[in-house]
Design a protein around this ligand. Structure first.
Ligand SMILES: [Mg+2]
Length: 224
């Protein structure tokens, strides 16, 4: 199966086109230094952040809480845990850091150029905060390839919910069966795409063993 057998491709953003892990690492460090360093060591801070953040995003995927809630709540819980007064400038600072340190995944820009040359319609489908994702979209110039940017906070439901895939397909103007989803998450990207009849390309740079179902395509790097 080749990419040019599709009329449209929907790309996940974080850790597929944009190096989220790296920006998260830098942003957490800076946030820690600015607000938490007097009360706790970085390792304990990072461990708790990871646990709290994961639990909140899981609740979002399960429809138990909203994306908007996550941004404030994770730092409210951390502040409570470590006895630091909570202030809304903490999540704001963290999110500004995420935008400031967002960079391309190696090869992603050239990969998009190749897809664009093949006249395949491109769209972006991301779980995240509207203002953060919009800023990264602008800063990295993702609009050179497409203006279709679907963000879970704006739609009201996250991937893997079928409704957000249907919404993105409608904007892209292609049918599910002629559209490929490219993403690093087997759940939000993979299961979501499959549930609406789209094919799925798993971006798997760490070469994690495949799940008990086989993605239609697997890429270990983005190359032109
Ligand atoms: Mg991702």
């Amino acid at each position: 199966m080749e990419f040019d057998s599709f009329r449209g491709i929907l790309f996940d953003l974080d850790d597929t086109l944009i190096d989220f892990k790296q920006s998260e690492q830098i942003s957490l460090h800076n946030c820690y230094r600015a607000f938490f360093a007097e009360k706790v060591g970085f390792e304990a801070f990072e461990k708790q952040y990871t646990q709290i953040n994961r639990a909140l995003w899981k609740a979002v995927e399960e429809g138990k809480c909203s994306t908007t809630h996550v941004g404030q709540e994770r730092f409210r819980q951390l502040a409570d845990l470590f006895g630091v007064p909570f202030h809304s400038k903490v999540p704001l600072y963290y999110e500004q850091q995420l935008v400031q340190h967002a960079t391309w995944i190696s090869g992603a820009e050239a990969f998009l150029q190749k897809i664009q040359r093949q006249k395949i319609k491109i769209g972006y489908l991301t779980n995240g905060f509207s203002h953060v994702q919009q800023s990264k979209f602008r800063n990295l110039g993702l609009d050179r390839f497409s203006n279709i940017l679907v963000i879970s906070e704006e739609v009201g439901v996250p991937k893997p919910h079928p409704a957000i895939f249907h919404h993105a397909l409608q904007l892209l103007g292609t049918k599910a069966e002629e559209t490929l989803m490219v993403g690093d998450s087997l759940v939000s990207d993979g299961q979501g795409a499959r549930s609406v009849g789209m094919k799925f390309c798993w971006y798997n740079p760490s070469r994690i063993p495949p799940p008990d179902w086989t993605p239609d395509l697997i890429l270990t790097q983005l190359s032109s």
